[in-house]
Design a protein around this ligand. Structure first.
Ligand SMILES: [Zn+2]
Length: 80
């Protein structure tokens, strides 16, 4: 089960009318904001799935597994 499938309740409003992108969304880079810096190669942009709550509008992004592995060793990210 993916992270997006586990998120069946909106953490902001408690709503359950959630939608996830059917395909992955490229994380940007180049002239667009790079939403996953350091976690992908320039010719192979990282990707995420977006989840949107139709009740309150909260929009969340869930990085694909490759980025979640890379973040642990990336110098561009630090653990909170
Ligand atoms: Zn909501």
């Amino acid at each position: 089960m993916s992270d997006t499938q586990r998120s069946v309740v909106c953490p902001a409003c408690g709503g359950k009318d959630l939608y996830v992108t059917v395909k992955t969304v490229h994380c940007g880079g180049g002239y667009a904001p790079n939403l996953l810096p350091g976690l992908h190669r320039w010719f192979n942009p990282g990707a995420f799935r977006a989840v949107l709550c139709a009740d309150c509008g909260l929009h969340r992004m869930f990085a694909e597994p490759e980025s979640r592995v890379a973040v642990r060793k990336s110098p561009k990210w630090r653990q909170l």
